[in-house]
Design a protein around this ligand. Structure first.
Ligand SMILES: [Zn+2]
Length: 58
């Protein structure tokens, strides 16, 4: 089950980004419109759905 609210700082190759999850929507301060590696990283440590449902699109 998804938690209600997540906020995390992620240090990536292009700098630090803030990933936020609230009310079913993910957002990230990087400019990508699709799932980014920052969001994926946060999902991997917060959402217990298993590896089959969490994958980067890069
Ligand atoms: Zn991002």
């Amino acid at each position: 089950m998804y938690p209600r609210w997540i906020e995390a700082m992620v240090d990536g190759d292009t700098g630090r980004h803030l990933v936020n999850y609230r009310k079913g929507r993910w957002s990230c301060t990087c400019a990508r419109l699709t799932r980014c590696s920052h969001r994926t990283a946060v999902e991997l440590v917060t959402v217990p759905l298993g590896p089959a449902t969490v994958q980067a699109d890069t």
